[in-house]
Design a protein around this ligand. Structure first.
Ligand code: ZN
Ligand code: MN
Length: 258
């Protein structure tokens, strides 16, 4: 695994000759309850990118550690101290700027690896605007945008949730993220502070100005009790295995198919 912020431009230029996959992790600085750090989404996106780049021989770009505004029904919302978010136009512009620069370097394969649900359409727009430019200029870059959780195998979810997975909507700072952090960074989890004030109960609409309606005071949207490093390992490794297979196929890097 090579991080571009730790190599010289000379090394970078030489590595690009083999047309590696570059990974751009994107996260958020967002409350994740009293027991997880605010960098959780950025930490997971970064770790996923690092692991995949090791498996696929890619390069990892510096993480975008801020994300689009937290929404009550997916991240508890913007009412919490600490949650520090970007306007959508800022995230779109940052994404387009980075892609434009990568194209100038000759990068041909990019994975935008998103760890924060609310980012996805702004990352998409940034990629779309860059692609429009590339088409006009005769440049080409194959870009995959993914939210890593979409690749967690159903069999793993069945096992972790004992056949009762409620869906990703309320999985904010809950069983999945807490288990993942216990596996990767147990020193960043304060298990004694795992709250019991959830689960969240939301109407099927969003309130503006945001008022935290339905959000438990802790900011945790579903139960995190029962989280464990073992469950985290199953989630992480199941997700990585599935993502590796798909990315090999998308980028013609051989390996087994599904
Ligand atoms: Zn999160
Ligand atoms: Mn998030």
């Amino acid at each position: 695994m090579t991080r571009t912020d730790q190599i010289s431009w000379v090394e970078y230029e030489a590595l690009l000759k083999d047309s590696p996959i570059l990974f751009l992790p994107v996260g958020a600085h967002e409350q994740h309850g009293p027991h997880l750090p605010m960098g959780t989404d950025a930490i997971f996106a970064t770790r996923m990118a690092e692991e995949l780049s090791t498996r696929l021989g890619g390069l990892v770009l510096p993480t975008l550690s801020y994300g689009y505004k937290s929404q009550a029904r997916s991240g508890g919302g913007q009412t919490f101290p600490g949650t520090t978010s970007l306007d959508g136009s800022t995230l779109v512009a940052m994404t387009t700027d980075i892609l434009r620069e990568l194209a100038r370097h000759g990068v041909e394969k990019l994975v935008v690896l998103d760890g924060h649900y609310e980012n996805q359409w702004f990352l998409t727009e940034g990629i779309e605007l860059a692609q429009r430019e590339f088409a006009l200029q005769g440049q080409s870059m194959k870009v995959v945008r993914t939210e890593y959780w979409d690749f967690c195998p159903q069999s793993v979810l069945d096992s972790v949730f004992d056949g009762d997975f409620p869906g990703y909507d309320l999985e904010h700072a809950a069983l999945i993220e807490t288990s993942m952090m216990l596996y990767w960074h147990p020193e960043l989890v304060d298990e004694e502070k795992i709250p019991t004030d959830g689960p969240a109960r939301f109407d099927a609409f969003d309130h503006y100005p945001q008022d935290a309606a339905g959000v438990p005071p802790s900011g945790v949207l579903a139960p995190a009790l029962g989280a464990s490093a073992e469950k985290g390992g199953m989630i992480i490794n199941g997700t990585l295995d599935a993502l590796e297979v798909r990315l090999r196929k998308v980028f013609d890097q051989g390996g087994s198919d599904v």
